[in-house]
Design a protein around this ligand. Sequence first.
Ligand SMILES: [Zn+2]
Ligand SMILES: [Zn+2]
Length: 413
Amino acid sequence: MMELDLREELAEFLAAREAELIAFRRDLHAHPETGYREYRTTSQILRRLTSAGLRPVTLPKGTGLVVDVGDGPAGGPAVALRADLDALPMPDEKNVPYRSTVPNACHACGHDVHTTVLLGTALFLAARAAVQGLPGGVRLIFQPAEEVPGGALDVMAAGSITSVERIFALHCDPSLDVGKVGTRTGPITGACDKIRVKVSGLGGHTARPHLTADLVFALGKIVTELPAALSRRVDPRSSLSLVWGEVSAGLAANAIPEEGYAAGTVRCLDEQVWHQAPALLEDLVDSVASSYGVAAEIEYTRGVPPAVNEPASTAILEAAAAQVLGPDALSPAPQSLGAEDFAWYLESIPGTLARLGTRTPGPGGHCDLHQATFDVDERAIGVGVRLMAATALAALRAGEPAASDRLAAVAHA
Ligand SMILES: [Zn+2]
Ligand SMILES: [Zn+2]
C-alpha cells in the first residue's frame, strides 16, 4: 500500500504546487545566469527553501547551495540529488513571455528545469518529513557552473558528498516525450578534452632542408599520423577520436619556421581509455617528432570524463520511476557524445544520471539542447519531481540495514 500512498501524496503535492513551480522556472528562464554568476538564482532558491523551514547553505564561491532534508546520521545524509543552475552564453531567440531578459544568456540546456525539479523535490520531501519522517536524510545539491565545467569539483571540494553513498541527477532530453524517463547502465555521456601540440626545431632556407629540422613536414606528419595511430592503439569500441581544428606554422614560402602548432579535441566514450589518453598521445607525439628531428611539447587540457551509471543505482531509479510514473515511462537511453560534469561525482561514488523527456508528443516541435530556441513541455517538471522524490526514498530504503541484510542474504543464497 506504501506505493499507492506515495503516488497519491505526490499527486496531491503537485496539484497544490505545480503552478508555483512552473512560475519559478519561468522566472529563472527570464533571468538566466552563466557559470559562477548564479547569484540571483541562488538567492531565489535560498529564499524559497528557507520559507519552507529548511536551512540551505551557500557554497564557498557564493553561488550554488546545498540543503539537507530529514534526519540523516550524524556524519550527513547518504543519498544526494543534484541539479545544475547555470545558463549558456548565447541569445534566447524564442518568442515567449518568459524569454531571457539578459543579453547573451539563455537557459538552452534546461538547467532551469533541473533546478525547479530539485526545488519541488526538496519542498515535497520537507513536507513529508514533517508529517511522517523520512527513512534517512537526503542532500539536495544545487550545483553552479556545469557548462564551464567545474562546478561539480567545487561541490566535492567543499566536502558536500563525503557522507554520500549514492547520487542521482536528471537531464532534459528534447528527443524523448514528456512523461518518459531514459535510463542506461554504464556510460551515458562522453568525454571531450583539448590537445595542443607545439613543435620546434632549427629553421632555415627551404633550399637546404637537410640542414634544418623540416618543421612543417614534421608537423604535417604529426597531424596525419596521430589520429590514424590512435585508432590502432586502443579498442575501437572506446570511440577515442582526435580531430584537429587548428594548425599553423610559418610565414614565408621559402623559409622553414622554427615553431608550429596544432590544436584539436579528443573525444571518448570509454572511461578507462579516457584515463589513458593523455599518456598515449604524449607517446605518439614523441615518437613521430623524434623521427623527424623536431622537439614537441604537448598541452593536454582535461574536460570531463564520461558519466558512468552504476547498475544498482540505475535499478533503484528505474524501480522508483515504474512505481510513481508507471512501467511504460521507462525508455532505454543511448549514450550521448555530449559531456556532463555529473561524471565527476560518479568517478568517486555510485549513482546514475537519467534523461527526462521534455518533448510535447505529436508531430513537429523538434528542438535540441544548446539551440537558441530550446524550450520544454513544462509538464516535465511534475514528472521530474515525482521521479526524484521517489528515487531518493527508494535509495534510502535500499540503504537501510534491514534492506542491506536482505540483499546480502540474497547474494549469499
Ligand atoms: Zn549543456
Ligand atoms: Zn546541461
